[in-house]
Design a protein. Sequence first.
Length: 104
Amino acid sequence: MIRAFLIAGLSAITIAATPALAGSEAARPASVVPQNIDFSAPEGSASRQTPCQCRLNGQYFQQGDQVCIRGQMAQCGMYLNNTSWKFSKTPCPIARADTAYQLR
């Protein structure tokens, strides 16, 4: 029973695909996407001019800004159309007081 369904299904696929494989112009479907579509963004939608910012501890940072997060340097940037922090392996710079001025 299953074998009969498989044979019938494969036969239907082969018959349907034969004109397309032959390369006849009649078998080729018309272009699905019209050629005169305006792909510009509608007014008020997000665009390249929209300022996107990263947030950290209630503060906003511009794209390209670098900050120290949990001991690692991170840079604000775009990832999949969202702002995100990209971490580097560089540790955060540490300011050290001269030993003569340290509190004892």
